[in-house]
Design a protein around this ligand. Structure first.
Ligand SMILES: Cc1ncc(C[n+]2csc(CCOP(=O)(O)OP(=O)(O)O)c2C)c(N)n1
Ligand SMILES: [Mg+2]
Length: 306
C-alpha cells in the first residue's frame, strides 16, 4: 500500500539507514518533496479562502507543514476506506484552521480538489468549521475550542480496550490550551496511559486578535505538558524534517501520551500577515492579494489562479 511504502521510507530515512531509504540523499529528496507539497497547500489555502470570500488565513497557514507531514508521511489512512477500523485518526481541534485540513484531505484523495471551489457557497460540504457528517476524512466536528483532545483521548482509549494499534493525533491551538477541558483530557490520557495519543500544539503565540501573553500566558508550555505526565518534544513547526522525525517516532515513551510543542508563525508565508493579529479573520484588498500571490508564487485566485 502506498501509505505503508511512504511510512517505511520515512522511518528508514529518519533513522538514516542507507540501503532501505538510500541514505541522506533519499531523506533530503523526501523532505524537498514535503516542502513542495507544503508550498502547494499554502497556495491552495490562500486561493480557496480568497475565492470563498472569508476564512481564517493566518490560522490555516500556521499549520500547513504539520498537516503536510501528517498526511504525506505519517498517518496510516486510505481514502478508499475512510472508515477502516484500523486507520489512524486525526482531529483538527482548532477547527477554524479547517481550510488547511480541506486542502490536505483533497490532496490525499478523500474528495476531488474541485470541491474546494465550493467553499463559502451555500450547501457546500466544506463549511467554515469541520463537520464529520459532511466531509470525507474529517474525524470530528470542531470549531468550539477545547473539545478535540477529549475526543481523541476517547478514541485512543477505545483503541486500547479493543486491542487495536491505530494512533490518534490531535492538533490544538495554543490559545485553545487556555480551556480547562484541554487539561482535563490531558489528565485523563496520562491516567489511562494512552500512548497511542499524540497532541500537537500550534504554538504561534497569538490567539485570535491578541497575544497570548496579554490574555493568559502559557509559558512554560512544554513543562506544563510534562507535569501532566506527557512525554514532550519541542520542534520547529515549519521544519518538515523535525516534524517527520518526531511524529514517526511517537509514542516518545511507552505508557505515556506524547505532546509535540510546535513553534510556528501565524500567517507563515505572507510577510504582512506573519505575527500580525489583525489578520485573524480578514481578507486582503486587491493590492494586498497581489503581494501575497507574488510571495506565495501563484496567480491571482480571483483571476483564475489556484
Ligand atoms: C470555545 C470557543 N471560544 C472562543 C472561540 C472563538 N475563537 C475562534 S479562533 C480563536 C482563537 C484561538 O486561539 P488559538 O487556539 O491560539 O488559535 P490561532 O488564533 O493561533 O489560530 C477564538 C478565541 C471559539 N471558537 N470557541
Ligand atoms: Mg495561537
Amino acid at each position: 500500500m502506498a501509505v505503508e511504502t511512504e511510512m517505511t521510507e520515512a522511518l528508514g530515512a529518519a533513522a538514516g539507514r542507507p540501503g532501505e531509504a538510500g541514505g541522506g540523499s533519499a531523506r533530503e529528496r523526501q523532505l524537498e518533496r514535503l516542502r513542495q507539497r507544503a508550498a502547494e497547500l499554502r497556495r491552495t489555502v490562500f486561493g480557496t479562502i480568497c475565492r470563498g470570500g472569508g476564512g481564517h488565513i493566518p490560522a490555516s497557514l500556521s499549520i500547513v507543514e504539520i498537516l503536510t507531514v501528517l498526511y504525506e508521511a505519517v498517518l496510516r489512512v486510505d481514502p478508499a476506506r475512510p472508515h477502516d477500523p484500523q486507520r489512524d485518526r486525526f482531529i483538527l481541534s482548532k477547527g477554524h484552521g479547517c481550510v488547511a485540513l480541506y486542502a490536505a484531505l483533497a490532496a490525499k484523495g478523500f474528495f476531488p480538489p474541485e470541491q474546494l471551489a465550493t467553499y463559502g457557497q451555500a450547501g457546500t460540504m466544506l463549511g467554515g468549521h469541520p463537520d464529520m457528517h459532511k466531509t470525507p476524512g474529517v474525524e470530528a466536528s470542531t470549531g468550539s475550542l477545547g473539545h478535540g483532545l477529549a475526543f481523541g483521548a476517547g478514541m485512543a482509549l477505545a483503541g486500547k480496550l479493543d486491542k487495536k494499534d491505530y494512533r490518534v493525533f490531535v492538533l490544538l491551538g495554543d490559545g485553545e490550551c487556555q480551556e480547562g477541558s484541554v487539561w482535563e483530557a490531558a489528565l485523563f490520557a496520562a491516567q489511562h496511559k494512552l500512548d497511542h495519543l499524540t497532541a500537537i500544539i500550534d504554538y504561534n503565540q497569538l490567539q485570535a486578535l491578541d497575544r497570548l501573553e496579554e490574555v493568559v500566558e502559557l509559558a512554560p508550555l512544554a513543562a506544563k505538558w510534562g507535569a501532566f505526565g506527557w512525554a514532550v518534544r519541542e520542534v520547529d513547526g515549519h521544519g518538515v524534517g523535525e516534524l517527520m522525525d518526531v511524529l514517526t517516532a511517537a509514542p516518545l515513551a511507552a505508557g505515556r501520551p506524547t505532546a509535540v510543542v510546535a513553534h510556528t508563525i501565524k500567517g507563515k508565508g505572507i510577510s504582512f500577515m506573519e505575527n500580525v493579529p489583525i489578520w485573524h479573520y480578514r481578507l486582503p484588498d486587491e493590492q494586498e492579494r497581489r503581494q501575497a500571490c507574488a510571495e506565495l508564487g501563484m496567480a491571482d485566485p480571483l483571476e483564475g489562479g489556484p
